[in-house]
Ligand binder design. Structure first.
Ligand SMILES: Nc1ncnc2c1ncn2[C@@H]1O[C@H](COP(=O)(O)OP(=O)(O)OP(=O)(O)O)[C@@H](O)[C@H]1O
Ligand SMILES: [Mg+2]
Length: 498
């Protein structure tokens, strides 16, 4: 074996060891290019990797000594040399690019006065996944057959190392994703849900835990607003202090004011002693303003002042007291609509809604229904001494079909009732006495038009045996309209061609 070649092998061996120990893709690309340039004493270099979005199907991912990525793309990626390598999978060597007839057409080579070019493919199995490009304007015949052989082998090694780094990158990001998932599940015991939208909401909650920002929790009735509000308190740094929940809709206006702010003895008839308000009790802790959309306008102004100044004055009292509290509020109303209608102050809205956590309705989270059912069955079976273990398929189908306008609360109640009624280990369809909504009820619950529309579509689909064409006919809408709506609701119901 000639001396030179032995050296190359030794170098290759060392290089392989070096590049195989690098697991970060970017760092690896950098190293590969550095080695190639140094070993061939090239002037400039670039690595291209398959990329469907790039014009030629390949993009420069790293370059050296070109002025910019744009230049690198122009001279490497768009040069006829690279095209040839990528298409044929064979390395190309040009001793004297200027007079090489193969490259006559390449204007970039002429313009750059590139003397020597070498380009080898990065190959995995039988596929060309990229290329290493090196050139030199300094001298002709810079690269030779030996260096090309070396670079070709090196290219193969580099391709494998790159693939490993890529896989490793995927694995680590998957691992982090799984870890995050686990942590939010463990962080909120007793809060069940695995749907994408639910996890996104929990993720947001997790991010505000250790802050003091005001959180507004929105969502239909029974979606878990209070559950989430309590979780924010008990998992946050104020957990050792009070959590004061105030239901703004349940207390009459006059009383609410004295409840919230407290009063001084003699402030009004019946005020026989000094009384501390709920907000004062929350000092150091959290105030939860439930149904905040129902707060009377007169109190909205007073509350706004408290939130701005972080101090309160009891009714009939001159003394000002500082309070340090976190404010969480919840509503099932659309506060933007309330603002438009003049029933809610916009400035208060912006105070309360630094971060909005929206809890999606249960009917949009089918994946959550199944695990909530399991969870509630287990809880209720223990509580009522039942042996219930599972739900039979017909009963589960019914549960998945039900529109759950009362959301998780309705589901929880339905399951508890079914558990009490059930005998044996399996929950049957007959045990479920799901709420039937009459049109009147639907109207009274203040459902939005969209929900009503959906309900009607679902009812008609059920009547037609999930036939979309007949459903559209019965409802007097076009099939396209129906399909569009179903898609929008993410509904699987109805046969697309039916
Ligand atoms: N993801 C969940 N996991 C477990 N239990 C839940 C979940 N969501 C809601 N629940 C349960 O459902 C019931 C209703 O939840 P909650 O009282 O928090 O709803 P809400 O949004 O405040 O309703 P409303 O607007 O009617 O006051 C509670 O018993 C709660 O524990
Ligand atoms: Mg509530």
């Amino acid at each position: 074996m000639p001396e030179e070649q032995r050296d190359d092998f030794k170098v290759l061996y060392e290089i392989t060891q070096k590049i195989n120990s690098i697991l970060d893709e970017q760092e690896l690309l950098d190293k590969v290019l550095e080695i190639a340039i140094a070993h061939l004493d090239a002037e400039r270099g670039a690595i291209l990797i398959a990329d469907e979005t790039s014009p030629g199907g390949f993009a420069v991912v790293i370059f050296r000594n070109f002025n910019a990525r744009k230049d690198a793309s122009e001279y490497a990626a768009s040069s006829s040399v690279v095209k040839r390598v990528i298409e044929s999978g064979e390395p190309v060597l040009a001793f004297d690019a200027l007079s090489d007839e193969r490259f006559e057409a390449s204007r970039s080579i002429v313009a750059q006065r590139i003397m020597s070019i070498i380009c080898v493919p990065l190959r995995l199995q039988d596929k060309t996944v990229g290329a290493i490009y090196l050139d030199s304007t300094r001298s002709r015949g810079k690269f030779n057959a030996e260096t090309m052989k070396f670079l070709a082998v090196f290219g193969n090694l580099a391709a494998v190392a790159l693939q490993n780094a890529k896989r490793y990158g995927h694995l680590t990001s998957e691992n982090t994703r799984l870890k995050n998932e686990i942590s939010s599940v463990h962080l909120f015991p007793g809060i069940i849900g695995r749907s994408k939208t639910w996890k996104a909401a929990l993720d947001l909650v997790q991010r505000v835990l250790d802050t003091d920002v005001s959180v507004l929790i929105t969502g239909e009735s029974g979606t878990g607003k209070e559950l989430i509000a309590r979780a924010i308190h008990t998992q946050g740094r104020r957990k050792d202090k009070a959590f004061m929940a105030i239901n703004c809709s349940a207390i009459p206006e006059q009383l609410l004011e004295s409840e919230l702010f407290g009063y001084k003895r003699g402030a009004f008839t019946g005020a026989n002693v000094d009384k501390k308000g709920l907000i004062e009790y929350a000092d150091g802790g959290t105030v939860f303003l439930d149904e905040v959309g129902d707060l009377p306008t007169s109190l909205q102004a007073k509350l706004l002042r408290v939130l701005q100044e972080r101090e309160i004055r009891r009714l009939g009292d001159g003394e000002i007291r500082k309070v340090d509290m976190r404010v969480i509020s919840a509503t099932n109303k659309d506060l933007r609509e309330e603002i438009k209608a003049g029933r809610f102050r916009e400035d208060l809205y912006f105070r309360l809604n630094i971060v909005e956590v929206h809890l999606p309705p249960l009917r949009d989270r089918l994946e959550d229904i199944t695990i909530l059912v399991d969870y509630f069955i287990k809880k209720a079976s223990e509580a009522h001494g039942r042996q219930l273990k599972r739900v039979n398929p017909e009963a589960m189908a019914l549960l998945l079909r039900h529109p759950w306008y009362g959301n998780v609360r309705e589901l929880q109640n339905s399951i508890e009732r079914a558990v009490v009624l059930s005998r044996g280990e399996e929950l049957m369809e007959a045990d479920l006495k799901l709420q039937q909504y009459t049109e009147d009820e639907l109207l009274q619950t203040g459902l939005t038009l969209e929900v009503f529309e959906r309900k009607l579509v679902e009812k008609t689909l059920a009547e037609t045996g999930n036939n979309r064409t007949r459903t559209a006919e019965k409802l007097g809408v076009s099939l396209r309209w129906l399909q569009y709506r179903l898609k929008e609701w993410g509904s699987q119901k109805g046969r697309p061609d039916g």
